[in-house]
Write a protein that binds this ligand. Structure first.
Ligand code: HEC
Ligand code: HEC
Length: 241
């Protein structure tokens, strides 16, 4: 069976933009009468945003993840990230059980370049926001992948940083946002438990060096960590579940 490209998505997006510009115009009219127009603008934006919020199509997300879409140049994610988001090697992060909104945000960030990575920039380029949410939701429904800490440092230094931070350096406890068992807190704070240690370490370096500039919270934290501390806490997180 052959699949036909879905043009309806694009059409509804365009309709969304049209609705937005109508609201922008009515916002301008409102400003002419309001003494203090500032509070009017965000309200108008919120109303305009609601109808454009896409419906989630998990089956479409699964198909795109497993098979890609040659007609649009989408590469099958499974090639690197593995079946159900459980990748086989640390070069490629595990994506299973991650919060849908976080995954969608990363894909958007790769595409717009606030998270610089040559491979994923290419992979995310043909994806629409609808694709990102579909794939993210499919992945969020997959079982979390388990891992094990490899070093002794993980269990002393890594554990103490994760659970208690480093008071002398003003580093907050990772558990405060990523939760004590590493499952994260939807939708903002990503799951860390079971992730490859090398990948997490590379991300911390990326935040510190500025190649990943999509989170000021994490940049501030990573700037205060030494390489040794990054490695220890990354390894500890790999064993969390
Ligand atoms: C050729 C291998 C490859 C393919 C194919 C690939 N990726 Fe990736 N992906 C990577 C690499 C490498 C990284 C790590 C990038 C980094 O270090 O920032 C990554 C990172 C990610 C992340 C960030 C994970 C996190 O925890 O922040 C997401 C989300 C992601 N990929 C989704 C996808 C999706 C969706 C597809 C399919 C459309 C896909 N990838 C296809 C190699 C690949
Ligand atoms: C104040 C909340 C907060 C605290 C505390 C925090 N983080 Fe984060 N962390 C975040 C947010 C938010 C993100 C996602 C950023 C984004 O949207 O890309 C994140 C992302 C990450 C990532 C990237 C995950 C991935 O899949 O790519 C790593 C690694 C990480 N944090 C490690 C840590 C470590 C280690 C600590 C403790 C030293 C810590 N975080 C403390 C908020 C926090």
């Amino acid at each position: 069976m052959r699949q036909t490209p879905q043009i309806s998505k694009l059409t509804s997006l365009r309709a969304g933009f049209a609705a937005l510009s109508i609201f922008a115009l009515s916002g301008l009219a409102a400003q002419a009468y309001a003494a203090d127009p500032a509070p009017m603008a965000p309200a108008a934006e919120a109303k305009a945003a609601a109808p454009t919020k896409p419906k989630v199509d998990v089956a479409a997300g699964e198909t795109l993840y497993n098979s890609g879409d040659a007609t649009r140049g989408v590469v099958a994610c499974i090639t690197c990230h593995g079946p159900k988001g459980q990748s086989a090697v640390a070069t490629w992060p595990k994506l299973s059980a991650q919060h849908a909104a976080y995954t969608a945000k990363q894909l958007k960030n790769f595409k717009e370049g606030t998270r610089a990575n040559a491979i994923m920039m290419g992979m995310s380029m043909p994806l629409t926001e609808q694709d990102m949410i579909n794939i993210g939701t499919f992945l969020s429904q997959q079982a979390p992948s388990q891992g094990v800490a490899q070093t002794k440092e993980a269990l002393d230094l890594g554990k103490s940083i994760y659970g208690g931070g480093i008071a002398s350096k003003g580093v907050p406890a990772c558990a405060g946002c990523h939760s004590p068992n590493g499952a994260g807190i939807p939708a903002q704070y990503p799951r860390q438990g079971g992730q490859w240690a090398e990948y997490s370490y590379n991300q911390l370096v990326g935040f510190r060096e500025g190649t990943r500039k999509n989170s000021t919270q994490m940049t501030t934290i990573a700037t205060k960590l030494s390489d040794q501390e990054m490695k220890a806490v990354s390894d500890y997180m790999a064993g969390l579940h």
